[in-house]
Design a protein around this ligand. Structure first.
Ligand SMILES: Cc1cc2nc3c(=O)[nH]c(=O)nc-3n(C[C@H](O)[C@H](O)[C@H](O)COP(=O)(O)O)c2cc1C
Length: 175
């Protein structure tokens, strides 16, 4: 797939095979994630790779869905704000960086024939406990990683003309 096809094909996978993820594919996906750009190249994140096989009940405390623990692997991305670039008005970019890293991971997984689903609606308290996180870091997102057992559906998106403005917020006419 070229990039356009990849972006069009990627979808949130919510049914997985239990087949293991080959080590070379896992390495490929993790390496792509670490190649993501981050503000001032600080890379203020850690990826936590968890095998579901013996941890299903524990991992379901983070996000309580059958399919979340159906794949062999769940990956969490954790921001480390103390290592991040901070804008002049005090905005810490660790979550922006973490989101870009997760997007690289998700697109690389799609390219490798693997499925993912960004999970933002997790239980933060349980995420700290299950991953053994220290208080100064922040869990940002999770995704299962495994071979899809479903098919992409129709992509429901607003047309670009609803989401793109030209030159200024208030505009007279679109080109
Ligand atoms: C920041 C973010 C948080 C999300 N959180 C969840 C979630 O908690 N549970 C879930 O099933 N899907 C979650 N999703 C997946 C979205 O629902 C999905 O990307 C969107 O509906 C578009 O569908 P598609 O990914 O199949 O193209 C999340 C996606 C993003 C980007």
């Amino acid at each position: 797939m070229d990039f356009r096809e990849l972006a069009e094909y990627r979808y949130s996978v919510r049914t997985y095979l239990t087949d293991p993820v080959p080590d070379d594919l896992l390495k490929q996906v993790l390496t792509a994630a670490t190649l993501a750009p981050t503000a001032d190249n600080r890379q203020p994140f850690q990826l936590v790779v968890m095998h579901t096989i013996a941890r299903k009940d524990e991992l379901r405390r983070i996000y309580d869905r059958d399919w979340f623990v159906q794949a062999p692997i769940v990956i969490g991305i954790v921001a480390v704000p103390s290592e991040a670039w901070v804008r002049s008005d005090g905005v810490n970019y660790s979550w922006v960086d973490a989101a870009i890293v997760m997007d690289h991971l998700i697109l690389a997984a799609t390219d490798a024939g693997l499925g993912t689903c960004w999970i933002g609606d997790f239980n933060p308290k349980e995420a700290y406990l299950v991953m053994g996180l220290p208080p100064e870091v922040e869990p940002v997102a999770f995704t299962p990683l495994g071979f899809p057992a479903d098919e992409p559906g129709w992509k429901r998106r607003q047309p670009a003309r609803e989401l793109v403005r030209w030159e200024r917020w208030e505009q007279d006419a679109q080109p």
